[in-house]
Write a protein that binds this ligand. Structure first.
Ligand SMILES: [Zn+2]
Length: 247
């Protein structure tokens, strides 16, 4: 090895050594940060699901929504959760939400992978497919709570009020029309220019969906009557992230 070669070898060794030290330091910092943030990687087990009551799930959702609003959501290791959840799912609830991109369902309740079934359709109405999905979620897969969640400033609700006609949207909005009819006692302007009216129709639409579940699914109605599940409504406020629960 001549002088030039040995100098290069020393330089390479120095660079490698310092890189290694850097990696070790970064790993230590990363572990310390993760410890202080309490990263969660737990997924629901069958035993935990079976022990849960609908009231406990509801309280869990209320607490989760509070964390969502205050910016203190749980920090999760999603990669680890994906691996742990792969063998089976034991969700706590079935949530039917609107399609609206401003309603991130898992986030607003601070739930993770495997925690909830989510069905979405513009206007969060009930049809045969969603009822079948709810029956699967509760009767087959063991979920304890059905939550139908509407929201403020809903475009689908506005479309139904305005009687919009366009392609397949026409048939879709027909499913929301009963809620517009339910709201005819409203005192004041009954149009989409009136935000209060839009909100009343959206709330009635949630109530109508709850009614439809009980009328059209003897399986879910029986589970509710036997206190095996709870069926309730929720209303999401787009401006502050708050959720009100509707019975
Ligand atoms: Zn909507």
């Amino acid at each position: 090895m001549n002088l030039k070669t040995s100098t290069i070898a020393v330089l390479i060794a120095t660079v490698l050594f310092s890189c290694n030290q850097g990696t070790k330091t970064e790993t230590a910092v990363s572990q310390k940060t993760e410890e202080s943030k309490q990263v969660v990687s737990h997924v629901m087990t069958k035993e935990q699901q079976q022990k849960l009551t609908a009231d406990e799930v509801l309280q869990d959702f209320k607490d989760g929504n509070n964390r969502f609003q205050t910016g203190t959501k749980t920090i999760r290791d999603h990669s680890e959760m994906v691996r742990k959840a792969a063998p089976g799912q034991y969700p706590k609830a079935v949530i039917l939400s609107c399609l609206d991109a401003r309603v991130p369902v898992e986030d607003v309740f601070d739930q993770g992978i495997g925690d909830i079934f989510v069905g979405r359709v513009a206007g969060n109405f009930i049809n045969e497919d969603l009822l079948g999905s709810m029956e699967f979620g509760c009767k087959v897969a063991g979920a304890k709570l059905i939550l139908v969640m509407g929201h403020k400033d809903c475009g689908a609700i506005k479309g139904a009020i305005d009687d919009v006609k366009l392609g397949n949207i026409t048939a879709m909005l027909a499913k929301i029309k009963p809620a517009v009819k339910m709201s005819q006692d409203f005192k004041g302007e009954k149009s989409t220019k009136n935000a209060d009216f839009v909100e009343i129709v959206a709330e009635n639409n949630v109530k109508y969906s709850l009614q439809q579940i009980r009328e059209k699914s003897p399986i879910l109605k029986e589970m509710e009557d036997k206190n095996e599940i709870k069926i309730i409504g929720a209303f999401y406020n787009l401006t502050n992230g708050n959720i009100e629960f509707i019975k």
